[in-house]
Design a protein around this ligand. Structure first.
Ligand code: PGA
Length: 247
């Protein structure tokens, strides 16, 4: 049985004052059935981890492939752990696009996160042009193959399927399309990792909000969500946590 996971990605949003939302979230959902993760900007990891207590996990939005050194602006797995983080998102489509991150680099980052004791949340997803061209499953298959380390396990790795065209747009795939990709990913992971692939959590991400969470969580092989905009407000993210607990 896979423990469900509600993960939030604050992206480049959030100042200290916004931690009040996390205080509200923890007060309203002190002990959810599902795992809950919030990934704020690196500047807030430490402060958020103190508020989070045992109610939720805190993670980073990226992780450098090296442990330390001359890499201005980057942070390492050890730094994330030192700040109180337990997870690192790697390969988000915004980083793949804005920072030209390849599958090879994403895999190295995932390996570094895992080596550093973090859980890697590895993101994959097709662009709209790729979907229109009928390439979705090929793209997802290649990204999984290229981005996941060989020693990925159910305990150290989570996969997030995030169609690029659904992120921040208010558009979501049809439920059958989500099911098709998640079933495809499950089969690919079981083929490569055996029982570990069966145990890996598969998140859907892209315009998840309280009003569509319940139907998305009912889709086969959807073990939770990676939520951007709707994770910034305690009321919205709390409603998504409640929907996942009820699923
Ligand atoms: P969104 O972002 O929920 O704002 O669409 C999702 C993500 O990029 O993780």
């Amino acid at each position: 049985m896979r423990t469900k996971l509600a993960a939030g990605n604050w992206k480049m949003n959030g100042l200290k004052a916004d931690l009040a939302e996390v205080e509200t979230l923890v007060a309203n959902h002190p002990a959810p059935l599902c795992d809950v993760l919030l990934c704020p900007p690196a500047t807030l990891i430490s402060a958020m981890a103190q508020i989070a207590g045992a109610s939720l996990d805190v993670g980073a939005q990226d992780c450098h492939m090296k442990g330390s050194g001359a890499h201005t602006g980057d942070i390492s797995a050890a730094m994330i752990a030192d700040a109180g983080g337990s997870h690192a998102i790697v390969g988000h489509s915004e980083r793949r696009a804005d920072h030209h991150e390849s599958d090879v680099l994403v895999r190295a980052k995932a390996e570094a996160a895992i080596e550093g004791g973090l859980i890697a949340v590895v993101c994959v997803g097709e662009t709209e042009a790729q979907r229109d061209a009928g390439e979705t499953l090929t793209i997802i298959g290649n990204q999984l193959k290229g981005s996941l380390p060989d020693h990925a396990t159910a305990a150290n790795c989570v996969v997030a399927y995030e169609p690029v065209w659904a992120i921040g747009t208010g558009r979501t795939p049809m439920l059958e399309q989500i099911a098709e990709v998640h079933d495809f990913m499950r089969n690919a992971l079981v083929k490569r990792f055996g029982a570990e692939g069966d145990g890996m959590r598969l998140l859907y991400g892209g315009s998840v909000k309280p009003s569509n969470a319940t139907e998305i969580f009912a889709v086969s092989n959807v073990d939770g969500a990676l939520v951007g905009g709707a994770s910034l407000k305690a009321a919205d993210f709390g409603a998504i946590i409640a929907a996942l607990d009820a699923a």
